[in-house]
Design a protein around this ligand. Structure first.
Ligand SMILES: O=C(O)CCC(=O)C(=O)O
Ligand SMILES: [Fe+2]
Length: 509
């Protein structure tokens, strides 16, 4: 880590400022600045851009030639600087000081060259520069007006209540005490639901708290997005950060790392937890130790969570909350349905683009999503487990600090979807070890040995689906070509035609 502390030797001279929100946030999202959920003033006093209209002074005037660039571009240019350069440019004027205080810049520097040993100090900047929090300068930048600088701070402090409360009855996720394997297979494998009983039987439900994990695993290194930190460091981070998108601990190797035993209690008396029997078999287990990643421990502070995605390899999943609670918002998907509001998908569905943070999505799209048909919402509380059916979109946010275990699986009813994915979306397959070549062929060959009849049924279903889509394609292409009267249905003349939907489940030749 560079020794650049001396460049940050300013004195604290900020004061708390009541914010006036610009028109870039929807009115419904404005917070009552005097209520219990009041958003604190920006630490440097930066205000939203709209305030510049009536301001007498504007610190931006001092940035010279850079004045002609939008704030977002200035921030992007700063991303190419190293720590000492950021500190130097931050000393040229208050406006650049505020720009160079953006936490994302320091987070990227930290992740790009992680120090071998460090103590979390409440911000990425203080941690990277190794500055005691009391020594970090706070200049008064209250005459600087920038949505780009203010928005991440605002998003890190909005109350989640308006989004997670008052869920309309029509959207409420089903809540059941438990299910039998038959009920799951016959009625529930395509629907999200919450079970309130099974997790309460697990030893980890009785034993795990952040403190109990800390006492046993303080030095155990877990993966949290791009970093591998000892648990004690992650807990320091969890308890003291103001990130818009808090770093999320998501570790797929927690079972061996924590020395856990997993299995049904009649077979494994020392099991720490077991998949609820209602979910039935997981056909990926035919791959033995060549199966893709399947289970994760997930730990994060309030506001951490997962932006919209579908689970890998067309698997279904369960997600069990051991401590805390999670708000879920989910949508079914099909080639005929658009993705959820504010989510954009490439034609082959390989790339999903949604606003950068969960808070920004909630501010901008939640109201529309709640009105959209198919929307399912719910809160999965401590000791409850939620089912995510194969192919469903979901966004999840922790309403309080949470510990969860999740597991992905292929149930009988989604075997065809998994075969379809593995054979037709080979470029999107994920979670397999690099040395596992051609997962589709391996899966089919192991299924043929262990479950030949089921495999034949699923492959026949897949062929039927593929032929149906091909027929539809031919009808549309031929119909269009005949109507156009050019007489050439081969398409060789450069005529190209798309369904215009978000991508079919089966590639059409
Ligand atoms: O608990 C969460 O954040 C949800 C995790 C999730 O969706 C996943 O593991 O796929
Ligand atoms: Fe997921």
């Amino acid at each position: 880590m560079p020794d650049i502390t001396s460049l940050d030797n300013h004195t604290r001279d900020g004061e708390s400022i009541t914010n006036v929100y610009s028109s870039s946030f929807p009115e419904s999202s404005l917070q009552d600045v005097s209520g219990p959920d009041a958003i604190p003033g920006h630490p440097l006093g930066v205000k939203p851009s709209g305030n510049a209209l009536l301001a007498e002074e504007n610190l931006r005037a001092a940035i010279g030639t850079f004045k002609s660039l939008p704030d977002e571009l200035i921030s992007m240019l700063l991303e190419s600087l190293d720590g000492p350069s950021l500190l130097r440019i931050g000393q040229t004027c208050k406006a650049f000081y505020a720009f160079t205080r953006a936490e994302d810049l320091w987070k990227a520097l930290f992740i790009g060259s992680p120090p071998t040993s460090f103590t979390w100090k409440g911000t990425w900047r203080s941690t990277y520069l190794n500055i005691p929090p009391s020594k970090a300068a706070i200049l008064d930048c209250s005459s600087l007006y920038s949505d780009a600088l203010h928005r991440p701070f605002y998003c890190a402090h909005i109350s989640l209540d308006p989004y997670v409360k008052n869920i309309p009855a029509r959207n409420q996720i089903a809540r059941l005490s438990n299910l039998s394997p038959e009920e799951f297979q016959d009625k529930w494998s395509d629907k999200p639901f919450i079970l309130t009983e099974p997790v309460k039987e697990w030893p980890v439900y009785r034993k795990w708290t952040i403190d109990s994990l800390l006492s046993q695993h303080a030095e155990t290194v877990f993966r949290a997005e791009a970093v591998d930190w000892p648990f004690k460091t992650y807990v320091e981070y969890m308890k003291n950060n103001s990130d818009e998108s808090p770093l999320y601990l998501f570790d797929r190797a927690f079972v061996p790392k924590m020395g856990l035993k997993v299995g049904q209690p009649d077979e494994e008396p020392e099991a720490a937890y077991w998949p609820p029997p209602c979910f039935g078999e997981d056909f990926f287990s035919v791959l033995g130790n060549e199966r893709p990643d399947r289970q994760w421990v997930i730990i994060g502070p309030e506001r951490s969570g997962s932006t919209f995605h579908k689970d890998p390899n067309a698997t279904s999943a369960w997600n069990a909350v051991i401590r805390g609670s999670k708000y879920w918002i989910m949508f079914p998907s099909s080639s005929k349905l658009p993705p959820p509001p504010g989510v954009y998908v490439s034609d082959d569905q390989s790339e999903v683009t949604s606003p950068l943070s969960i808070a920004e999505w909630l501010l901008g799209f939640h109201a529309e999503a709640r009105r959209t048909s198919g929307c399912i919402e719910g809160i999965c509380g401590e000791g409850e487990i939620l089912h995510v059916p194969s192919g469903w979109w979901h966004l999840v946010v922790n309403i309080e600090p949470a510990i969860a275990i999740t597991q992905n699986f292929i149930p009988r009813t989604h075997l065809t979807a998994a075969l379809d994915f593995l054979s037709n979306k080979a470029d999107q397959i994920s979670g397999f070890r690099k040395d596992v070549q051609n997962p589709y062929e391996r899966f089919v060959s192991n299924m043929r040995e262990t479950h030949p009849e089921l495999l034949e049924q699923a492959l026949a279903e897949l062929r039927k689906k593929t032929e149906g889509k091909k027929r539809k394609w031919d009808e549309i292409v031929h119909g269009k070509t005949e109507q156009d009267g050019d007489g050439d249905a081969s398409g060789a003349g450069g005529f190209s035609f798309g369904f215009g939907d978000d991508g079919s489940d089966v590639e059409v030749p």
